[in-house]
Ligand binder design. Sequence first.
Ligand SMILES: [Fe+2]
Ligand SMILES: [Fe+2]
Length: 159
Amino acid sequence: MFKRKKFTDAFLQISKEHIIYQQYINQLKDLIHDGTDAGNFDLLKKIVHNIKNDLLDHFQLEELVLFPAALLSLPSVAMADQILYLTREHGAFERDTETLIQIVNCQPEDNPDIPQQLIDFLKTYTDNLDKHARTEMEELFPKMDADKKCIAVIKDFIE
Ligand SMILES: [Fe+2]
Ligand SMILES: [Fe+2]
């Protein structure tokens, strides 16, 4: 679980979304732990479709509101570097999620075991997603949330 922080209202929504994120990460970790059993394939299908719906909206909120607000109110080379890195990771997650959707949609009904290669892919995907969310929740957002100008910019963008 992420380190708990008290966020202002401007960050409450995003903080709640990260808790949903964390639930998906935990579901995938449990599934990887349980292995390639046939019954797990349907579960994987559900998780991957839920991730696609929730994650892409979440990335949009970050890229259209939070990241520009960070660059405007806390400009530095280090901040620009971090935002660039996080945005590129969003692109990679979007592509990987799309790949996962295609794989789960293609699984033949008579062979519902999860291939080991897919389990390996899920391990990397889950670890990267976990690391990404931690960087935001524990490094970037507390810095932004402590800055009055940044909160004002976010409110201005949202209203
Ligand atoms: Fe993100
Ligand atoms: Fe995020």
